[in-house]
Design a protein around this ligand. Structure first.
Ligand code: 26Q
Length: 804
């Protein structure tokens, strides 16, 4: 795919003229963006075709990553990087008087995900292609992505994300690959001519699933895999049925919007329909492809691996069974044997309220045949488990159908050969606590796959100043092999390198300061410590703990205006689920505190609070390179892994963290001295649960600092939060502080004070920052997906590959 700058310029002008009958001088950024996108698309299409042919001819086993969310962000820059076009295009465009950055700005973020889980899926897509692994994504093409967040009077307001309004140059609609997906109706079983039971359906609703394919380009390896997203349509044959606009609308609603809740599994019928829709379409299309290989159906597990990303695609299991039984004519035993070998499942949460359960009646009504199959899976599970266990209560706790509900995690576990958590601690907690009963039944299925990040996006693209310092210091091999960042350790006492790293950080901070000025009209100084907490807003992630520390700092300054206080900018990025009232309350409190603090002359600009609106992938790409401090302060045991912790570390931020999720592995990588750990351990959390001895009010009574901070929420110190301040106060004092914020406050404050002291010693700080960068290579998603490929999917990189 390589080409020279001159070739690029010629082709670019030609394409612009063909597309828009225009010259460079007259074209708008959008037209230039579309021209470049279309040129890139044509250029990688042949590699895409070739990759596909190669997999087919080699009959390679392929993995399919089923995820109801993908969160790629913008694709132009990362596609250019992976195609090895970035420099050529940048230089070529510059020659035409165009700044590539102005074009990439035009693209709308592809935000078909809520947060960590969706972003992980997209990092994996990049890594799977970059490692030359045969793996594809399968999901939903939502018409509207995650809502856009605005603040009005400090409150979060949600606006629709109409991301397709400006077109999408990367996707290809594949009409010929559309499939039917059926809902509702009645089903009964009848014997066919061979005496086999076959389902007979009445009154089904038939919908058309149309795939839109997006190339997932590997890093400089000519591999282009596929992310297939499904969109709903009314089939031609059914047109006459849906006459009224309203009837049509109900159907089209199916793939209209992404559900914006990332914790509360509220059982809504449309959500269940979404889950079945992309699962059924995806599995039908896999089986159709498998038949072109002309291999016997009972060997399908030798060619296909299906991965279930959290429980949202757990219907993969009964849907695969349905096709094996009803369409391929297998016996139950044969079908179950292949299903188990094909399926694997990742758990991303231990929060009980996030566990997906569906009312039996809803499942029965929407998916009658699928429900029959789930009942039979459950019946056989009970029958088989009764023979294995003495204690019958275990069956009650593990069966799929119980208390009139279908438990999706139980279905996913019973139907998969592999079950993994996303960080060491999380995987241990699954075995010992959350899924302990299942672990006792199927110990061999449980394993850990610590999350990872695509270092190409989060370092090479997002942080070019740092990348260039790295190139000059340790050469460029880290770009292919992030573990080579370790070589930086040789320079930890080299003041020249430390200065260069500090200069890169400075440049990134100036860049973020400019964005803050432009978007929020707040002036911040790059000399201050940039302290960053970016993640969804959740009580367990404890943005409130951060806010309480800020209020303490503010009160210290007010009580002693002339005392020394090292300048800090506290930066937040966070969306709250629209229905999550408490999370929205916290947003309002942070915004009002920001208003107060940022405009108080006594503060003399030593303390600033910036809550950036509409946190998304593109904003993260600007914030992360500029961070000095990374806030990873969830209550121990609650954050399955976290991934912003890895991205911030990679960009030289120093972490302040509880012993939760992957923070523990970050500590192990950098050493105790190079991270700031505080707070109670997961064991202490469980001890409190057991002994029932936690008393939040006693901290309020005993600790004058806590008392003073909490009073600020209700005594008018922070204006405009009469009801919100009271709600926060009550959550801590009346409802006994579910996430132990008061318990961890003192040790958090101490850790923050240590950070300030350390930052004042520039050389020491720079060295710690360097050590963090140098050790971030272990969190490369390339390594993570290789472990999935070896241990779970049993897929291999393309054996023989030639780009024609
Ligand atoms: C479920 C039912 C109905 C509607 C929505 C949902 C739903 C949607 C999204 C439930 C959960 C999510 C997302 C969860 C998530 O992002 N979890 C995060 O996954 C990351 C990747 O493994 C981890 O790093 C984080 O620790 C974890 O919180």
């Amino acid at each position: 795919m390589k080409m020279t700058k001159e070739q690029f310029i010629t082709q670019f002008k030609k394409r612009l003229s063909e597309k828009y009958a225009m010259g460079v001088e007259d074209a708008s950024p959008t037209e230039l963006y579309n021209t470049l996108g279309s040129l890139m698309h044509s250029a990688y299409s042949s590699d895409r075709h070739h990759t596909w042919r190669q997999y087919l001819l080699n009959k390679q086993k392929q993995a399919y990553y089923f995820s109801i969310e993908f969160l790629p962000g913008k694709l132009m820059a990362s596609n250019l990087l992976n195609m090895d076009w970035l420099e050529t295009v940048e230089e070529g465009l510059a020659e035409l008087g165009i700044d590539l950055a102005d074009l990439t700005e035009v693209e709308q973020d592809m935000a078909l995900g809520n947060g960590g889980l969706g972003r992980l899926a997209s990092c994996f897509m990049d890594s799977i292609a970059s490692c030359g692994l045969p793996g594809n994504g399968n999901g939903i093409r939502y018409e509207y992505g995650l809502f856009k967040q605005k603040f009005i009077d400090g409150h979060q307001v949600e606006l629709p994300d109409d991301w397709l309004s400006t077109g999408n140059v990367w996707e290809v609609r594949k009409d010929s690959k559309a499939v039917d997906v059926c809902f509702y109706g009645q089903v009964h079983l009848e014997e066919d001519a061979n005496g086999k039971l076959k389902p007979v359906y009445k009154n089904q609703q038939v919908l058309r699933a149309v795939p839109y394919d997006t190339g997932m380009i590997g890093y400089k390896n000519n591999i282009v895999n596929n992310m297939r997203l499904w969109s709903v349509e009314i089939p031609n044959s059914e047109e006459s049925k849906y006459r009224s606009l309203e009837e049509r609308r109900t159907i089209e609603d199916l793939t209209a919007v992404l559900y914006p809740d990332d914790s509360n599994a509220k059982g809504q019928m449309t959500r269940l329909a979404q889950e079945y829709f992309f699962v059924s379409a995806g599995i039908q299309s896999i089986v159709r492809y498998y038949h072109t290989l002309k291999e016997p159906i009972h060997r399908i597990h030798e060619y296909v691996a299906i991965h279930i990303n959290d429980t949202h695609p757990a219907l993969c299991i009964p849907e695969f069974m349905r096709i094996m039984l009803d369409e391929e004519g297998m016996s139950w035993e044969e079908a179950w044997a292949v299903t188990l070998k094909v399926m694997s499942y990742t758990n991303h949460t231990i929060m009980a309220e996030a566990m997906e359960k569906w009312p039996i009646d809803m499942l029965k009504q929407l998916l009658p045949r699928i429900y029959q199959i789930i009942e039979e899976i459950d019946r056989r599970f009970v029958e088989e488990t009764e023979l294995k266990v003495h204690d019958r209560s275990i069956i009650d706790r593990t069966r799929i159908i119980n208390h009139n509900q279908v438990h999706m995690a139980h279905l996913a576990i019973i139907g998969s050969h592999s079950i993994n958590g996303v960080a060491k601690l999380h995987s241990e907690l699954l075995k010992t606590v959350v899924l302990h009963d299942f672990y006792s039944l199927y110990p061999a299925r449980f394993n850990n796959k610590t999350n990872g990040i695509a270092e190409r996006r989060w370092l090479q693209l997002a942080n070019r100043p740092l990348s260039s310092v790295l190139d000059k210091t340790i050469g460029t091999s880290w770009r292919d092999n992030p573990e080579d960042l370790q070589q930086l350790l040789n320079y930890q006492d080299d003041q020249k390198v430390l200065n260069a790293l500090a200069a890169a950080k400075r440049q990134n901070k100036e860049n973020l300061a400019a964005l803050i000025k432009k978007t929020q009209d707040i002036t911040v100084s790059p000399d201050a410590i940039f302290d960053v907490q970016i993640k969804r807003l959740h009580a367990y992630k404890r943005q409130l703990l951060n806010l309480m520390h800020i209020i303490k700092c503010y009160q210290d300054i007010k009580n002693n205006p002339d005392s020394e206080f090292y300048p800090r900018v506290f930066i937040f990025g966070a969306k709250a689920a629209p229905s999550y009232a408490y999370a929205k309350t916290i947003i309002k409190c942070i915004n009002e505190t920001a208003n107060l603090v940022n405009n108080d002359p006594d503060v003399k600009d030593r303390l600033k609070i910036v809550f950036l609106e509409n946190y998304n992938v593109s904003l993260a790409e600007v914030i992360i390179p500029a961070a000095d401090v990374s806030e990873q302060i969830s209550l121990a045991s609650k954050e399955a892994s976290g991934t912003s912790n890895m991205k911030l570390m990679l960009n030289g931020a120093v972490t302040i963290a509880t012993l939760d999720g992957a923070n523990i592995e970050i500590r192990d990588a950098v050493g105790e001295e190079n991270i700031n750990i505080f707070g109670i351990t997961e064991q202490e959390v469980y001890d409190y649960y057991e002994s029932n001895t936690y008393s939040a009010v006693s901290y309020f009574e005993k600790d004058p600092v806590i008392r003073r901070v909490l009073e600020a929420f209700i005594d008018g110190t922070i204006p405009n939060i009469q009801s919100e301040g009271r709600e926060v106060f009550d959550s801590l004092i009346r409802y006994n502080d579910e996430f132990f914020v008061l318990r961890d406050f003192e040790s958090y404050v101490k850790a923050q004070e240590k950070i300030t002291e350390c930052y004042k010693d520039k050389r020491k700080w720079q060295k710690i920052s360097l050590i963090n960068i140098a050790n971030a290579g272990v969190f490369s998603a390339d390594e993570t997906v290789k472990r999935y490929a070896d241990d779970i999917w049993q897929i291999e990189p393309v054996t023989e590959y030639s780009s024609k």
